[in-house]
Write a protein that binds this ligand. Structure first.
Ligand SMILES: *[C@@H]1O[C@H](CO)[C@@H](O)[C@H](O)[C@H]1NC(C)=O
Ligand SMILES: *[C@@H]1O[C@H](CO)[C@@H](O)[C@H](O)[C@H]1NC(C)=O
Ligand SMILES: *[C@@H]1O[C@H](CO)[C@@H](O)[C@H](O)[C@H]1NC(C)=O
Ligand SMILES: *[C@@H]1O[C@H](CO)[C@@H](O)[C@H](O)[C@H]1NC(C)=O
Ligand SMILES: *[C@@H]1O[C@H](CO)[C@@H](O)[C@H](O)[C@H]1NC(C)=O
Length: 430
């Protein structure tokens, strides 16, 4: 019953997150942005981008001309900053190989806009210099992309910096499968933009799009969905079922006195939690491989600790000494100690993982804090119940000594299978 209540509450918390984030990726641009750019460019489509608060609109001229008109806008909330939009003729939407337009806001408030050829040297840290070749080509020559009529403007009403340009695409680009990249950064040296921040948003700012489709359909969105699944499955598996199993182990024996049940429930809960967790962990590995240009080291390090040691805890099923074995007591202490340590690390790592979703972390945080609070409340209720039960028992057995006895909440820790103070991990962690 407890498990179903949890499961349903967990699902209620997490499902909206999933659908919200999926639909958010397909959003049309805001009315105000649309209106602003429609005055200057006759755009056919306009789209809110998944990251960095950016939006862009475009118009295609196919099949008459291989030209697209592009309007790209984003906020720059610091004194110096730059915004970039570019296309990549390679197989994947990625930074290296991108032909980009970069607009820079300089410290004196002036705006400069240039074209840049982003190569693997840029990634290695070489200064990114404007590349004039992109507009020194005669139409028809078409060796590379041509950028024409570029301007950058600031709109105070929306607090948006906006880049306008016409782009002539050579044959290597297929507008049914156009790889494009956008970026925002906050440091620049003259006309050289410097490294952008290294958050997931900045690495995630690339897509493949079908510009011919009326809504600008996105091609290949697996990684984003997998990340959502990874988060949700891990929160349920590691973050909810495993702690719930610990609560069952600790309180179902006493004060609930479900002698015959607690063990079965405990292992069912842990097996379910571990299976879900392992699925999430494998998805995490896949995500790590899929994003070869960046890693989240701390998150991965914690995960590399959690998985093998939790697997070891699962082997407890096979390895634990018999009830009469003299080592059983020590074994219990070890199993409990490792269990509590793992739960602590799991909770820390879940918050670490959530932080990677910056800045859209609020809903995730609130959901997981609500789950932890529910677990903590359960622990408190059981602790109080155990304490009351203990007092009643004591009062019954020694009515005369009632005034002297000072039962403490930790008293149930005297039970052979329960090391002391652990019941409070919950309240603190949440
Ligand atoms: C915009 O383009 C559409 C179709 O391409 C055309 O019918 C319309 O007149 C254009 N509007 C302006 C203001 O150029
Ligand atoms: C841009 O760089 C690529 C190599 O990454 C090179 O092949 C291409 O010719 C360059 N284009 C321009 C216009 O400089
Ligand atoms: C433009 O191209 C011509 C011929 O290819 C070349 O002589 C000239 O230096 C180029 N100009 C710039 C600014 O790159
Ligand atoms: C650039 O702007 C000029 C003047 O408005 C226009 O005649 C020309 O066609 C534009 N070039 C492109 C490639 O859009
Ligand atoms: C462009 O991509 C679409 C969809 O993948 C494909 O059907 C079409 O043949 C491609 N066109 C060219 C010229 O490669």
């Amino acid at each position: 019953m407890v498990a179903t209540t949890f499961l349903s509450s967990v699902i209620t918390f997490l499902l909206p997150l999933f659908f919200r984030s999926v639909t958010a990726r397909y959003a049309p641009c805001t009315q105000s942005f649309h209106q602003l750019i429609a005055d200057k460019v006759n755009i056919s489509n306009c789209k809110k981008l998944g990251t960095l608060g950016a939006q862009w609109g475009w118009k295609t001229y196919e099949p008459k001309e291989r030209r697209i008109d592009v309007v790209f806008g984003a906020k720059l909330h610091e004194n110096v900053g730059w915004l970039a939009w570019g296309i990549n003729p390679g197989k994947k939407p990625q930074m290296v190989g991108t032909r980009a337009i970069i607009g820079i806001k300089l410290l004196d408030g002036s705006l400069s806009i240039n074209t840049y050829n982003i190569t693997s040297d840029t990634k290695l840290g070489c200064a990114l210099k404007p590349s004039e070749e992109f507009h020194n080509m005669t139409m028809g020559y078409n060796a590379d992309v041509e950028f024409h009529n570029m301007t950058m403007r600031y709109n105070a009403d929306l607090d948006y910096y906006i880049i306008y340009a016409s782009v002539i695409l050579p044959r290597v680009y297929n507008i049914s499968k156009l790889n494009y990249v956008w970026q925002v950064g906050y440091s620049a040296l003259g006309t050289s933009p410097l490294m952008h921040p290294k958050t997931l948003q900045n690495f995630d700012s690339a897509e493949t799009i079908n510009l011919k489709s009326p809504v600008g359909q996105i091609v290949g969105e697996h990684r984003h969905h997998m990340r959502m699944v990874h988060g949700i499955v891990n929160i349920i598996g590691w973050g909810t079922f495993l702690p719930l199993g610990v609560i069952i182990a600790r309180y179902f024996k006493y004060p609930l006195e479900l002698e015959g049940w607690w063990y079965k429930l405990h292992i069912s809960c842990q097996i379910l939690g571990f299976s879900l967790g392992m699925t999430g962990w494998i998805i995490g590995l896949w995500l790590g491989c899929a994003s070869k240009y960046y890693t989240f080291k701390t998150h991965r390090l914690y995960a590399m600790f959690i998985f093998p040691f939790t697997a070891l805890q699962m082997f407890a099923l096979l390895l634990r000494p018999g009830k009469t074995d003299e080592y059983r007591k020590y074994w219990n202490i070890y199993h409990h100690f490792l269990g509590y340590a793992l739960i602590a690390v799991i909770i820390i790592n879940i918050f670490h993982g959530i932080a990677i979703f910056k800045p859209d972390t609020t809903a995730w945080k609130v959901s997981y804090i609500a789950i932890l609070a529910t677990l903590a409340l359960t622990v408190i209720i059981f602790e109080v119940y155990a304490w009351i039960k203990f007092r009643i028992k004591k009062a019954k057995s020694k009515p005369a000594a009632k005034a002297k006895s000072k039962p403490a909440a930790t008293s149930i820790a005297d039970e052979p299978s329960s090391p002391s103070t652990e019941g409070h991990d919950w309240a603190e962690e949440s």
